[in-house]
Design a protein around this ligand. Structure first.
Ligand SMILES: NC(=O)c1ccc[n+]([C@@H]2O[C@H](COP(=O)([O-])OP(=O)(O)OC[C@H]3O[C@@H](n4cnc5c(N)ncnc54)[C@H](OP(=O)(O)O)[C@@H]3O)[C@@H](O)[C@H]2O)c1
Length: 315
């Protein structure tokens, strides 16, 4: 089968086209013909070697956790899915993923793809949707009337999180550059903060502080997100764990904060599929790359300037 692999850590130039043997599913696994795979910042971070401690890599490595495709073979113990089912999933990142014509995955990660959308759109959802739902609902207990600040609202996670928080009745604040204003308002943001001109901490304070901040920028932004948060608020960080300063400030204000890593839970994917079916959340694929454009796709996601999601069309 055709695949894109890395044989060592490095720049986008390490991504190599190759032929590999098609994997065979174990008893609890399904073989999936990959139609599309979402490109995420975690892909280039694994490619660089930056996440080696979190997701140990075996070479040759096939990247790609966001997958949409069709089951073509199942192991003897697979009970909830059959050959021909269209599925979407967030695959575990220490295994081979979706930058290939086929991949195998344990049944416990699979969910039925919503019929209403294409594989391209479905592949844009798992990582961003699961992150948004699990940080806002599970970590933060979001509720109607909460002041919620979604950083990097125009990015993959932000584009889903704004729609989700708005649907749940939160007052949604978001950070983005000026050119994203219309896009962010259309997603449902109530207050758009141009991070190049305005201080989000000041604006948060003018509104009595945030109940929840989805911290997705990292560095100094983490401490400042805690400054923007009310006593007793919640600050899930999806880029890195809190340092000493963050822990101290969070403790003094009674803020719940920690690094949060998404889990590929199928019932959450079913919930995401439901939000799509009801038209509550819309997908936002800004560019589709063909299989031979993988380096361009990696350079785009690594720029940190992607609007919505980018997806690699595999079939
Ligand atoms: N822990 C987890 O489970 C988990 C899950 C998913 C993602 N993540 C991490 O979360 C981060 C965001 O992921 P993503 O997929 O949303 O990334 P992304 O799609 O690449 O985000 C790009 C967006 O970020 C905006 N941005 C850049 N710098 C900003 C700043 N200082 N303030 C506000 N907005 C800014 C850009 O808007 P402008 O062009 O307008 O600046 C752009 O639209 C990444 O580091 C990713 O690895 C972690």
């Amino acid at each position: 089968m055709k695949a894109i692999t890395i044989e060592k850590f490095g720049t986008a130039d390490t991504l190599t086209y190759t032929n590999m043997n098609r994997p065979t599913p174990e008893n609890n696994e399904a073989l999936i013909e990959v139609h599309a795979t979402g490109i995420n910042p975690v892909d280039y971070k694994i490619r660089n070697g930056d996440l080696e401690e979190v997701f140990p890599t075996q070479f040759p490595k096939v990247l790609g956790g966001d997958i949409s495709g069709v089951i073509t073979e199942i192991g003897s113990d697979v009970s909830k899915f059959k050959v021909g089912d269209e599925v979407f999933l967030s695959a575990p990142l220490d295994q081979n993923g979706g930058y290939a014509e086929y991949t195998v995955v344990h049944e416990k990660y699979l969910a039925h793809k919503p019929n209403e959308i294409s594989h391209i759109d479905a592949a844009s959802l798992p990582v961003t949707g699961l992150t948004a739902v699990q940080t806002l609902r599970d970590f933060s207990g979001i509720k109607k009337g909460d002041n919620v600040l979604i950083h990097a609202g125009a990015g993959g996670v932000g584009s889903f999180a704004i729609q989700y928080a708005s649907h749940l009745g939160a007052k949604v604040f978001t950070t983005g550059s000026a050119k994203r204003y219309d896009y962010l308002k259309k997603l449902g943001a109530d207050v758009v903060i141009d991070y190049n001109k305005a201080d989000f901490v000041e604006i948060a304070k003018e509104h009595g502080g945030m109940d929840i901040v989805l911290e997705s920028v990292g560095g100094d932004n983490y401490l400042r997100s805690l400054e923007a948060t009310k006593a007793g608020g919640k600050v899930p960080s999806i880029t890195h764990p809190p340092g000493e300063k963050e822990v101290k400030l969070a403790k003094s204000k009674g803020i719940k904060t920690d690094f949060f890593l998404l889990e590929g839970i199928p019932s959450d994917l079913d919930e995401i599929a439901g939000l799509i079916k009801q038209g509550i959340v819309k997908t936002n694929v800004s560019k589709v790359f063909t299989f031979d454009q993988i380096k361009d796709a990696h350079n785009q996601i690594e720029s940190g300037r992607t609007q919505g999601k980018i997806v690699l069309k595999v079939k």
